[in-house]
Design a protein around this ligand. Structure first.
Ligand code: PGA
Length: 254
């Protein structure tokens, strides 16, 4: 059993108005009140961040953004910076989600800059990595993960590597209902941890590796029981307070 605290993060993507987010959090708070051994975060759209921070204040629920820009400020229309997030007490940020890599052209180099800026600002980053179906079929999973992890962490000081959470999210499992087999998730997590260990074995023991991709209350326990999986990044199932709370409960060590 590892000493790493499990982290369950709900990535709402482009879902929920402020009113819907309010109703979710009021439903969630009593359901997760007792889950003391688990860290949990919700990642609403930018427009609902401030309201969620206020509603979750004093609870065990943290609030993360889904993206940010690496610069402090500047001529970047449509972007949000780390100081804007910390000003309203946002706790962390998802970086390099595959949808942003694919749909918004995010690169490993850009993500590396964002990761360093997030840590500097005191935000807890979740770095997302994962291979496509074609890459897995071609036997290129490790090559892809090596590239994404090494490049993504390139600007993080060695002694701070353990502060980053890394979400292994195979693209073929995201939003498809096809969850990775536990062996596939564990194998990828071991590989990712070894990549961190090549820089610092000590930090590799601290870094939390999450699994993401079609996590549900039904399959969460078998994934969260894996030795090197320290939590989950949950998309669709995080939109429902009961389903999300059930996944949080599955992460609590027996
Ligand atoms: P999903 O999304 O749980 O809906 O598959 C996961 C994610 O994109 O982070």
């Amino acid at each position: 059993m590892s000493t790493r605290r499990p982290l369950i993060a709900g990535n709402w993507k482009m879902h929920k108005t402020v009113a819907e987010a309010e109703s979710f959090i009021q439903q969630l708070l009593p359901l997760v009140y007792a889950a003391e051994a688990v860290d949990l975060a919700i990642c609403p759209p930018f427009t609902a961040l401030a309201a969620m921070v206020d509603s979750a204040r004093g609870s065990r629920v943290q609030v993360f953004a889904q993206n940010m820009h690496q610069a402090q400020a500047g001529a970047f229309t449509g972007e949000i910076s780390a100081p804007m997030l910390t000003e309203i007490d946002v706790d962390g940020v998802i970086l390099g989600h595959s949808e942003r890599r694919e749909l918004c052209g995010e690169s490993d180099r850009g993500i590396a800059l964002k990761l360093a800026a997030a840590l500097d600002a005191g935000l807890e980053p979740i770095l997302c990595v994962g291979e496509s179906e074609a890459e897995r079929e071609r036997g290129e999973t490790e090559r892809k993960l090596r590239h994404q992890v090494q490049e993504g962490l390139a600007k993080v000081e060695t002694e701070r590597l353990g502060e980053v959470a890394i979400a292994y999210e195979p693209i073929w499992a995201i939003g498809t209902g096809t969850v990775a087999e536990p062996e596939q998730a564990q194998e990828a997590a071991v590989f990712i941890r070894a990549l961190v260990a090549s820089r610092s074995p000590e930090q590799a023991g601290r870094v939390r590796i999450l699994y993401g991709g079609s996590v549900t209350p039904e399959n969460a326990a078998s994934l969260l029981a894996l030795a090197d999986i320290d939590g989950a990044l949950v998309g669709g199932a995080s939109l429902d307070a009961r389903a999300f709370a059930a996944i949080v409960a599955a992460a609590a060590p027996a």
